[in-house]
Design a protein. Sequence first.
Lengths: 431, 339
Amino acid sequence: MSDTHAQTVAFVRTTMLPEQPPPASEAGVIKWMRENLFKGWFNSLLTILSLYFIFQIVTSAYPWFANGIWNTSSLAECREMLDGMTGACFSVLTERWNQLLFGFTYPTDAYWRPTLAFVLLIVAIAPVLYPKAPRQLLVFTGIYPFLAYWLIWGGTLLTPLMILVGLIAGYFAFKQFERQSFAMGLLAGVVAAIVVIWAGGIVPAAMPDVLAIQAIPSRDLGGFMLNMILGTVCVSLSLPLGIMLALGRQSSMPIIKWICVIFIEFIRGVPLITLLFVANVVLAYFFPPGSNIDLVLRVIIMITMFSAAYIAEVIRGGLAALPRGQYEAADSLGLDYAQSMRLIILPQALKISIPGIVNVAVGLFKDTTLVSVISMFDLVGMIRGPILASTEWNGVYWELWGFAVFVFFIVCYSISKYSQWLERQLATDRR
Amino acid sequence: MKKLAILGAMTAAGLSAGVASAATLDDVKARGKLNCGVTTGLVGFAAPNANGEWEGFDVGVCRAVAAAVLGDPTAVEFVPTTGKTRFTALASGEIDLLARNTTWTFSRDVDLGFEFVGINYYDGQGFMVPKDLGVSSAKELDGATVCIQTGTTTELNLADFFRANNISYEPVPIETNAEAQPLYLEGACDVYTTDASGLAATRAAFENPGDHVILPEIISKEPLGPLVRHGDNQWGDIARWTLNALIAAEELGVTSANVAELAAAPGNNPEINRLLGTEGTLGAMLGLENDWAVKAIMAGGNYGELFEKNIGENTPIGLARGLNALWTEGGLLYTPPFR
């Protein structure tokens, strides 16, 4: 059979043809454009229209950026330099840069302190956010809140140190009694912590100058720093609180259950701005005049309560999504309530809840700007109040608000990107 | 209902507790600082500068009172308040004095339990419109959209004015003056109404101030002044007479430049002598040092100097004295005698 073709055809190719490139219309950019931009007359029309609009926006916005002026000291001067041209007065950002970041009463020579605290924050949250970061850093994460408090508010280092010692004492007491039962351990831990902190309170009072740096009252905090402080503190506090509320709401003990239900439903039924007004205005009526509980502390408590209620509901959704078998499996292994929650239920429930929690966190971060309504000078408060009301910069809007949008977008977009990454990392069941 | 009553009783108890500790002067002296409520920012009246120091016409009143009481014009803790938080801040004792371009009205004085210690700026509500709207009187504004700050007396005056003239309008509520400017410039409202001083300041900041006109109608009386809590008359007297001292100083020709010289020794004008404490014991009657007025005048100058420096015709705001001139020059400023 091998010579069959020898008689019928003149030539038989014995090697493969070299690979040809695909036709130009079926490959690379052209194919992509044909499929995505110019598929059919309708899509082509839409593409051309969109391109036209993008072109219009870019060409009309470009001179505004390109002619931007960065080094004048007032709006009038800036307009004079522009001389009728379209252009932005970015000089408001450069001149008031420190005020936008730190507020207008934070001492100038202490700007390094919140900056350092921010840099250390990145180091401290790395081991929490990235499993690959060295585990030893977790020790630093534990120390960080106390260090940051000392850096931002100043005073003697002994105050946060005593609180840290109290918490460590509480932890050891918890470990000691945990073997008897989780609840006993918790109770012993809390009692030990309170006793040590209360007793240790005399130490910083007796030696207010040990390792002391200039103390800065809360009223002097401001700018984007205030947003970052409120955002970070409230998110990290409301997460554990939210988990506890969610578990409490599922509890079979009626008192705990009803306390949690009422708390969650009440807080969720009230707008955040109302809670802030309560923190600022109404509480002042109930304390004797002169006894002023720190305003930032009051606001942190209110925002934390607010977001904890929302996070609790998100986590309850995660708990409800777990099949009943998981709970039964935990019981059949002989684990007690605390163990089964810690080892089996919560890891799965929290994984399901990540998108919801991040949603709350992003919303919470943006909600911190509401404090400007109760006359605190966060980034928005600084822009709305002092900067726009100064004789030099009265009338600058786009540059300032654009800056605020830019800063908030960067932070919120990074949070959202991180959560997407985290979801992919934890998607063990759907790989 | 019962709960409400309890809550009300608690609030009343809290309020009366605030009133009971009446010796504000002692509190301020013990604290070493005057807690003074100001706005979160109003051009010319109160705003922090690039170094974070408060400046402005209302700020000048705070500094004068601090100087009179404590001898130091910088011993002031400025507490920024919004239109909504200002009265609770004063009632709860968070601030000792509120100098926040607040209109003196019957209900604020009587019902809210405050005491206005005087008037540091006579204002009135006006309207600003773009020139190309072609309006020359506020009575032609039928059907206009009006930008208006909420929670202020201007809101109520506006409703009164339009009802009295039987014309309609559509309000666009806004929170602050800063918010109103872009809304007005972008045409979200045809008319912007607020106190005439505010309108002038706002217009001065526009890129083309000539394109906008302020209508001739002034539809309300807005006497703006500092205020204190009811129930501590001594403290009220101190604030009242510090303000009066600034006005009297202008009338008598005492300025920050010559006050030290005039106070060094009794001159031949007995009223100046009494004001500056070189004769008589007016300061002691207030419970202050005898040179209290000297320090108050040194803090930022007399009334006229404060006006010129912060909102006068040489500043970007460029307000004329108008009603705020001395009575001898056709204005309304008239202080009782120092005797």
